[in-house]
Design a protein around this ligand. Structure first.
Ligand code: DX5
Ligand code: ZN
Length: 225
């Protein structure tokens, strides 16, 4: 099985029918469910909390009963208490922005100690330097290719350079760390993002904005072959 993962972001789903939307996108071939948490403080938008994650957890399964990871992207400040609440709510991965936590190393350890996978997220203008000190503790690095807060924005090209740098750091570290990219990903640019070194792709409006989710996911996979 190839290493690429497609993670539809429910930010662009129909919030009045979220369980159905999660099942539909999994039936269409989604590998992960990307769950965007915004607090109207760290980012200028407000979404959903742990109760919604918990309500969706039973829906995040394939037709033959396999668990589909819920990939929680925290755009919140402070981080620690809500990170724990999302782990209780069934998150499989919890990622946070290092600039949103006063004690990044502590936040990472707290998430890992709960048996959850942990990721760090880098905004378009945020350097990767913190990785010098914590990369070995991570399961995931998430590069933002838009400014966080909204779906449907255009891909920022400098993210490609950052993905290349992050890939080099992962190689040097030698650990099995996923490299995810979030924002403005479509079937027509996913190949470039993969060529820069990404293996996991968040896509919100590109998938949920279209009537046929499977057609879009199939196009993305075809571009990745
Ligand atoms: C933005 C979110 C993204 C968003 C991506 O802050 O983190 O996950 O849903 O949406 P698209 O794919 O539409 O850019
Ligand atoms: Zn996201």
């Amino acid at each position: 099985m190839n290493r690429y993962r497609i993670a539809p972001s429910i930010l662009s789903a129909d919030f009045a029918r979220l369980g159905e939307e999660v099942r539909a996108v999994i039936d269409a071939g989604a590998d992960w469910i990307h769950f965007d948490v915004m607090d109207n403080h760290y980012v200028p938008n407000l979404t959903v909390g742990p109760m919604v994650c918990q309500a969706l957890r039973p829906h995040a399964r394939t037709a033959d009963g396999q668990r589909v990871p819920i990939d929680v992207h925290l755009m919140i400040q402070p981080v620690d208490a809500l990170a724990g609440a999302f782990i209780d709510a069934g998150a499989d991965l919890v990622s946070f922005h290092p600039d949103a936590s006063t004690h990044v190393h502590r936040s990472i350890q707290a998430i890992k100690a709960r048996g959850c996978q942990v990721g760090l997220v880098f905004n378009p203008a945020t350097p990767l330097d913190v990785l010098d000190w914590v990369i070995e503790d991570l399961d995931l690095i998430l590069i933002m290719s838009v400014n966080p807060g909204f779906g449907g924005q255009s891909f920022i090209d400098s993210a490609l350079r950052k993905v290349e740098q992050a890939r080099r750091r992962i190689e040097v570290c030698g650990k099995d760390i996923r490299l995810e990219v979030d924002g403005g990903i479509k079937a027509d640019n996913i190949r470039r993002v993969a060529d820069a070194g990404a293996d996991t792709f968040v896509a919100g409006s590109a998938i949920f904005g279209k009537p046929d989710y499977k057609a879009v996911i199939d196009q993305m996979r075809a571009a990745l072959v």
